[in-house]
Structure formats: C-alpha cells, structure tokens
Design a protein around this ligand. Structure first.
Ligand SMILES: [Zn+2]
Length: 277
C-alpha cells in the first residue's frame, strides 16, 4: 500500500524522501515552490541523483508535486494567466528532471464569470502548456466548490480534459475532504461515488488520493482539512476508502494539520486499518 504525506523539500529532495521514510511513508507530496508563489531554487543535480538512488533502494513510490495556490488557470486576468502558464511550464520541466510522476493542480476560480467560462479558460490554458508527451502527468484535483472554484464535480473535470483535445494527458487527484464537502457522500455511499467516477471519468483516470478528514459536513462547499478521525468523515469512512478494491493501490497522501509528528501517528493508524481490512 502506498501511504504518504505532504513533506517539505526546503532541504532538498533526498532529505525529503528520508523524512518521508522516517514517518513510515513510501510515497510523498511536496510543493513545487512556495505555495504562495515565488521563484524556485536551481536544481541540485547531486541531490536529484541521490534522491533517485534512495528511491530505488527503498522501493519508494510516486513523487506527487503540488502546484502553488497563487496561480489560477480559470483567471480572467492576463497577468495571472501568464504567471500560471510560466509556473506550469517551469514546474513540468523541473519535475521531469527530478523524476516526479505527477503534478497536482487546482483547476481554478472563475472570478464570478461562471463555471462554464472557467472551464473554457482552464482548457485553453492547459492546451498552451501541456503537449501530452510529458513524462510528468498533470492531475486535476477535485475541489470542494468553495466560492467560485471550478472542478467540484466529475462532469466539470471531464469537460476540462475533453476541451483540451488531449484528455489522455491528464489524470485526477481526488481529495476525501473536498469530495465530501462538494456533496459526494463517500461516508455512506462510497461505492456509488466511485461508480459515478468510473461512469463519467473512468477509474483509470484516478491517479492519487488526498486523504483528509473534514471540519465541515456533506455538501457544505467548504474546504477545511481535519486530522483523521477528528472530523465529520471519521475513521471508518477513511478505512473504507483506503481498502476499497477499485482504488487501494493508489498513492494516499495526508494533508492533515499537525506536521510530521502527526503524519507519523496517522500513517500508523492507516497501516493498522490496512491490516484489519
Ligand atoms: Zn490541493
């Protein structure tokens, strides 16, 4: 089973993989750059080589990168669109060198212009920056539907990918907190939700799972992560998610509050659930 968490890369990639291993993880997520945006440090080739060697030695799973929050693919502002395109191009190039498998991106916010306009802008922007020949796959994340967020239904994600003209180039990262808050009842109707995902997107599109409990309830359209078992989803729902036959081999990544100590505790809980499941 692939279990991991969101880890800091501020001391390099080899150190990040070591940190992940130290909390019992065998996969990880990291921000490609400061989540609030900003410049990136030059890549250290020595560090990348050591990171790859360590991953091989430890049979470490996928590296999942997360794009910064400051970009917005659905923006109606040219400067933001230009910034977003530059970040995605740079990040895809860097991630290929690092050997990362996925780049997770929030579809974006339509800024009051409506979901349809947002979908059009996201697809047009992706078409400019993704060719479909990349080794790194862009994953669109399922959103809670807060404010003017786009991408909180499976249909919206399908439309975005179709409109790029190269849907094979994209995958989806689901987030248990976002799904629940968007109105997908993964607590009581996990089978039905996954069947719906399969019908609309195809389960082969589902490449990664953000594992979070939720401070808010079903269809609340709010996005606040809680520690596993301390939110409204609860441990039993989480247990069913990680053991569901259709998705149990995907990388499960914690984005819960509390830092490394907490991740370690939650990964232990997940491993116990796995043994029982
Ligand atoms: Zn995210």
């Amino acid at each position: 089973m692939l279990l991991g968490a969101h880890i800091s890369i501020s001391k390099g990639f080899e150190k990040a993989v070591k940190d992940a291993l130290s909390i019992g993880a065998n996969t990880m997520q990291f921000f490609t750059r400061n989540p609030r945006g900003g410049a990136v440090k030059a890549l250290d080739e020595n560090d990348i080589r050591k990171c790859s060697e360590l991953r091989q030695r430890e049979n470490f799973g996928p590296l999942v990168a997360h794009a910064p929050y400051t970009m917005n693919m659905a923006t109606n502002k040219k400067e933001t669109a230009d910034f977003t395109k530059r970040v995605i191009r740079e990040d895809l190039e860097r991630l290929e060198k690092i050997g990362a498998e996925y780049l997770v991106i929030h579809p974006g916010s339509h800024m009051g212009d409506g979901v349809e306009a947002g979908i059009e802008r996201i697809a047009a922007l992706l078409k400019e920056v993704v060719t479909g020949d990349e080794k790194v796959m862009v994953l669109l994340e399922t959103m809670a539907g807060m404010g003017s967020e786009v991408g909180y239904t499976f249909e919206q994600l399908y439309d975005i990918m179709e409109k790029t003209g190269i849907p094979h180039a994209f995958g989806v990262c689901i987030d248990t907190c976002h799904l629940y808050c968007a109105g997908y009842d993964i607590q009581d109707r996990l089978n039905e939700v996954l069947e719906e995902f399969d019908r609309i997107l195809g389960l082969d599109k589902l490449k990664a799972v953000h594992l979070n409990d939720s401070k808010f309830g079903l269809a609340s359209r709010k996005d606040r992560h809680a520690n596993l078992g301390e939110g409204l989803l609860g441990l039993e729902a989480i247990e069913r998610v990680i053991n569901h036959p259709a998705i149990k081999d995907r990388p499960f990544l914690l984005e819960t509050p509390g830092g490394m100590e907490n991740y370690k505790k939650e990964i232990e809980i997940l491993k116990r659930m796995k043994d029982n499941g």
